[in-house]
Design a protein around this ligand. Structure first.
Ligand code: GRG
Length: 296
């Protein structure tokens, strides 16, 4: 088996574990009021890659942990991520009809229910985090970080500046701000949470944070490139969206070739950081290649 085949097998196995965890925590789809519970499950189980949960679990294991205490954290990350996708697709945000290869939540359930399903996912995520089997001080820190990374100085900041920058000529600083907050914050949270739950040293946490920030930015630049070059069939949503809406992206500001060169540079940087851990970090090293060459 090649390293990429081993990675794909590992991703699939962990995705299944994460899906079981999410399913256990969520109300059934016919729980009253049905529409909101159906909507929650509809986008959650529409076929996401589960990259953020994968990163949290794999970093936890990097530090020698083999138990399942990380799974609620992995689930909470996916719930917040899914909320951001549901809200991002709403007509008042990016107004996208498709997500994960299916009609967007609001196209099925209406804008009101989609909005509420997203809201419920945020609250559920915090409830799930509260169940993590760890000492109270660590749990409170995790919840605090989760709020900071996803709140108005994190995910929401990135989304706000992304919207504000549409059709404008923006600086590199602004596009980096958008990417670092809109995308890299949650990815950084994922790897940090794996390290924090494993009770690593400050030095390891610093290294893992830098790894997360690097692959987070890489992830969004590749997303920008896919929006130029990707296919609707593979992406599960229409490409060309960024250009039509004058979005602040790497290809727009630096050109497609420079964006690709930047992605390659970040991939190499992330692999160098994580190589510190030697063969134990095989999957984390390989996932940098996967993020760079992914087609959706
Ligand atoms: C606060 C409403 C709100 C949004 C925050 C995350 C976000 C900003 C918007 C969602 C849309 C978007 C393009 C976000 C950038 C991050 C990103 C590339 C999301 C797609 O993540 P994948 O590729 O998706 O991991 P799957 O479907 O595989 O989970």
């Amino acid at each position: 088996m090649t390293k990429m085949m081993r990675l794909k097998k590992d991703v699939k196995e962990k995705r299944e574990l994460v899906n079981i965890t999410i399913d256990r925590f969520l109300p059934r789809k016919d729980e009253y009021p049905k529409m909101v519970h159906k909507a929650i499950r509809y986008t959650l189980f529409a076929g996401g890659k589960r990259i953020r949960p994968y990163l949290a679990v794999t970093v936890y294991q990097l530090f020698g942990k083999i138990d399942k205490k990380i799974l609620p954290i992995a689930a909470a990350l996916e719930l917040i991520h899914t909320y951001s996708l549901i809200h991002d697709d709403l007509p008042d945000m990016d107004n996208d009809d498709y997500r994960r290869g299916k009609l967007a939540s609001h196209k099925i359930f209406g804008e009101d229910i989609a909005l509420l399903a997203g809201d419920a996912l945020i609250i559920e995520a915090f409830k799930i985090l509260n169940t993590v089997d760890v000492k109270s001080k660590t749990k409170i820190n995790l919840i605090k970080e989760f709020a900071e990374f996803t709140g108005d100085m994190g995910l929401i900041a990135g989304q706000a500046v992304d919207i504000e920058s549409e059709e404008k000529s923006v600086s590199r600083k602004t596009v980096d701000f958008i990417h670092q907050n809109k995308t890299a914050k949650l990815i950084t949270a994922a790897v940090r949470f794996g390290a924090i739950l494993a009770d690593t040293s400050e030095e390891d946490l610093r290294r893992i944070t830098e790894f997360g920030e690097t692959i987070g930015l890489l992830f969004q630049i590749v997303d920008d490139i896919l929006d130029v070059e990707g296919s609707k069939q593979k992406l599960g949503k229409r490409p060309g969206f960024d250009a039509v809406h004058g979005k602040a992206t790497y290809p727009k500001i630096f050109g497609l070739e420079n964006a690709k060169a930047k992605a390659e540079e970040l991939k190499n940087k992330a692999q160098t950081i994580i190589s510190f851990y030697g063969s134990k970090a095989e999957f984390l090293k390989k996932i940098c290649t996967y993020i760079t060459t992914r087609e959706f």
